[in-house]
Design a protein around this ligand. Structure first.
Ligand SMILES: [Zn+2]
Length: 150
């Protein structure tokens, strides 16, 4: 995981935003029934990446395993990230799932993780130093996600 941190620190400059990131929302995954033991498949369509993006997942024990290829610094890298899943009792029975950040060891329960361009791996807003675009500029602009490839 240290290699990912190095890659992250190399791509400084303009602060990256939540808006241009791939957003992994655990509530969406749970709603779609993707967190069942042994479940696996593609998240590309669910996360709005289009059919050509390759973002595969598998539930392995208490971990969510993600496999994807990113373009960083002009080169394609295949990434495999293990994200520990936590659960808490849900108000109406069953459990509620949470993500933990693979870049820190805080074990904080998170609803979302982000994959901004150039980062190389999913992480929490704090680790990736992400801001909301609206806090940088008022104009909202769609940024196509074209750096996540098969
Ligand atoms: Zn983090």
């Amino acid at each position: 995981m240290n290699a990912e941190r190095d890659a992250d620190s190399r791509s400084r400059g303009r602060r990256r935003t939540v808006d241009e990131s791939v957003v992994l929302d655990v509530g969406l995954l749970q709603t779609e029934g993707l967190l069942k033991p042994g479940s696996s498949g593609s998240l590309s369509q669910l996360l709005g990446l289009g059919p050509s993006a390759g973002l595969a997942y598998a539930i392995s024990g208490a971990d969510l395993q993600l496999t994807y290829t990113v373009d960083t610094e002009g080169a394609s890298r295949s990434i495999q990230t293990m994200i520990r899943l936590l659960t808490t009792p849900a108000y109406f029975g069953g459990v509620r799932y949470w993500l933990t950040c693979p870049l820190d060891s805080s074990g904080r329960k998170l609803a979302r993780l982000y994959l901004p361009p150039g980062a190389g791996t999913f992480g929490c807003r704090a680790c990736l130093n992400l801001v909301y675009k609206s806090s940088l500029e008022r104009k909202r602009q769609y940024t196509p996600i074209n750096w996540l490839r098969r």
